[in-house]
Design a protein around this ligand. Sequence first.
Ligand code: HEC
Length: 180
Amino acid sequence: MASAFVKRVVVVAAIVVGVVGVTMTTVAAKRNGQAASPSVGSAGIRLPPRYRDWALVSVAHEAGSFNDIRAILGNDIAIRAYRKGQLPFPDGTIIARVAWSYVPSEENDKVFGKAQSFIAGAPTNVQLMVKDSKKYAATGGWGYAQFTKGKADAVDAAKCYSCHEPVKARDFIFTKYAPS
Ligand code: HEC
């Protein structure tokens, strides 16, 4: 009797451990960015979960109606190509343009003793260029997508492409690798 009961307890405990284990693995996988991105953008492009960890290509500031400050980041394939000066960029390259509103910093100004400091405020949007020379042949081999707060925006890739055309000689990429 007692041993049958013990056996049952052991079986139940094993099942519980198994279920908890699978759940924890799933949660860990999600944290590691292996789960699906929040939404799919134009041309089936997803916001890569780890894009924020990518290396810096350069920074830029757009005044006018944008009034933003931006960082241009690249995945490993992009950075390798940039450093080698490889053109065209190989398939698998992803370049992200991340932007924030350009705001004055009173806190920083105080220590400088004058109004001179501007920093990143609220995020505006993230734009991506994804290289796949076959899939995106109609737009120079690049897929174009835009995300606001992680959600894909409707984008006319042909418009993105036509504005990037003047730098066709640099594989449609404006941003040069900022020297160190
Ligand atoms: C009016 C012209 C124009 C349009 C339209 C445009 N871009 Fe750009 N894009 C630029 C310029 C100029 C830069 C470089 C300067 C900067 O980042 O401000 C740039 C930079 C980028 C970068 C960083 C890589 C690079 O080429 O320097 C990405 C990624 C990007 N754009 C994606 C897009 C996407 C996606 C769209 C469409 C939703 C788009 N762009 C539409 C002009 C344009």
